[in-house]
Design a protein around this ligand. Sequence first.
Ligand code: NAD
Ligand code: G3P
Length: 332
Amino acid sequence: MNRVAVLGSGSWGTTFAKVLADAGRDVRLWARRSEVVRDINTDQVNHDYLEGISLPATLTATSDVEVAVNGADAVVFAVPSQSLRENLGVWRDLLPTRVPIISLAKGVEIGTGLRMSEVIRTVGHIDPVRIVVVSGPNLAREIAQGQATATVVACIDHDQAIAVQQASANDYFRPYTITDVIGAEIAGAGKNIIALACGMAEGLGLASNTQASLITRGLDEITRLGVALGAQAATFAGLAGIGDLVATCSSPLSRNRTFGVRLAQGMGLEAAQAAGSGQVAEGVVSCRSLRALGATYGISMPITDAVFEVCYHQLPPAELVRSLMKRRHTPE
Ligand SMILES: NC(=O)c1ccc[n+]([C@@H]2O[C@H](COP(=O)([O-])OP(=O)(O)OC[C@H]3O[C@@H](n4cnc5c(N)ncnc54)[C@H](O)[C@@H]3O)[C@@H](O)[C@H]2O)c1
Ligand SMILES: O=P(O)(O)OC[C@H](O)CO
C-alpha cells in the first residue's frame, strides 16, 4: 500500500493521516475548508484541530476529493458518523474500486440504526470484504504527539485487516487484527455514551468508585447489545471495548467526557456543544440510536437510557447516578 487518501481533516482524520505517513505511506488528506488545506501545505500544521503538532512532508492536503482519491491504494473515511451518508452520496462514484475502505467514525446512524460499515455498504455500494474498521483507545492528540497506543483493525476478510495493519503500524501505533466488525463498531459507539455519564459523574464530584462502576456496568450493557447484534463478547474485553472505555472515560482529552462534565456544570446541550469548538461528541447522538437498537433487540441499557434522559428530557445530571442506584437489585 503506497498511497492512502484520508477524507476528513478533523482531530482524528489528521492524526490517522500522520500515523499512516509515519508508517511510510504517501498520504493525501481531504479538507472541506481551504484554510485548513493551506495551513497543512504551507506550515505542515492543522491549526484548527491539532495546534502545535508538526505533520510530515509526505502528508499533503487538498480540498478536491477527486485529487485525494486518485491513484489511492486505500481510502479512509474520517468524518462524523451522522454526516457519512451525505458525504458518501457525493464520494461514491469517485472512489477507486477494489481497494480497502477504512472507517474511523465511532457512531451509529440516527433513524436507521445502521453501523458505519452498513452505511458504507448500502450507500457506497462497497463489498463488506473491503470495509475495515479502526477502533480502540485512540485519543487523537496523544497519538499525534507520538505516545504509544494499540488499536484494532476489524474486517470480515482477515487478509484485508492484515493489509491495513501493516500499512498503519509504526513505532507508536500498534494495530491488532480482528474479524468482528460488529463488535468493534458497537463498542466504539457505546463507549462515547458511557464517557458522557462518567463526565457527568466527574462534574458532580463523584470519584473513582462511581467511575469504575459506570465503566464496568457500561461495558456490560454495550456487550449485551453487541452480542444481540451478532458480535463476539471477547471483542468487548479487548482494545475496542474495555480499552477504549478506560481511555475515553478517564481522559480530560475526551470530547464526550468533557461534554458530560459541562452538562453537570449546568450547561444545556447547545451551550455544551458550542463550548466544544465545533468538535464532535458522538455520544450525544449515539445515545439515541443505541437506545433505539436496544429497544428493538430487547436489551436493557440503563446507563444509555439515563444519558438520553439528561440530553433530551431535561433529567438533571445529579439524578443520573441516583436513578441508576434506585433500580431493582439483580444478580451481576
Ligand atoms: N478525535 C479522536 O480522538 C478520535 C479517535 C478515534 C475516533 N474518533 C472518531 O472519528 C470521527 C471523526 O472525529 P474527529 O475527532 O476527527 O472529529 P472532529 O470534530 O475533530 O472533526 C470532524 C471533521 O469532519 C468535518 N465535518 C464535520 N461535519 C462534516 C460534514 N457534514 N461533512 C464533511 N465533513 C464534516 C469537520 O470539518 C472536521 O474536519 C468521529 O466519529 C470520532 O468519534 C475520534
Ligand atoms: O474525544 P472522544 O470522546 O471523541 O474520544 C476519542 C476517541 O474515540 C478515544 O478512543
